[in-house]
Design a protein around this ligand. Sequence first.
Ligand SMILES: [Fe+2]
Length: 220
Amino acid sequence: MLELVANKPRRVGFGVMQVPAIWFTAVAAVLALSACGAPSTTASTASSPSSAASGSPATASTDACPTQLTPAQTEGPYFKPGSPPRTSLIESGMTGTRLLLSGRVLTLACAPVAGVTLDFWQADAGGTYDNSGYRLRGHQSTDAAGRYSLETIVPGEYPGRTEHIHVKLRAPGKAVLTTQLYFPDVASNQQDSIFDPHLLVTMQSTATGKAATFDFVTSG
Ligand SMILES: [Fe+2]
């Protein structure tokens, strides 16, 4: 069964440690990152599975190996099979804050997982899903470095739900993992009964909107 984990950034308390401990911690951090391979910042400069990512804002780094499994979440009532293969969900006339969501699919040992299909679906800026067509729905596969990149908009809230993006991950030979991603600093997160902070993306503002990163990690 495919099991995914959230990538939890690691913080180093430099301000409270003695000098030898600082040196040791810094060396350990470098070694850990080396073992993980390149951090996600590479994804913004190296070839992307998405040609649509060209010219997009740089993404934030998810620079640590994961330490825990990503929780699965409910599919909800609005999933539709058969979404088109595409890495940009932006369409002419679409309103909302532009969002570049990117990251990797990794194993617990930080090895990239290629060929994982990520099927995204979300509400529009007004909190409405397209249930008759495929607006704001699309799927793509991770590249050889386990990377994905999606151009979309920040989804709107709807009754009972904070901002979120749904995703199904299908890895070759593995069970499907269905989950949702959330956004930091959204007041409604605390009123959403299924909100899970382990599924928060890392977010930053860009010249054109927002850039978010999230690494999914399989158990192997
Ligand atoms: Fe939803």
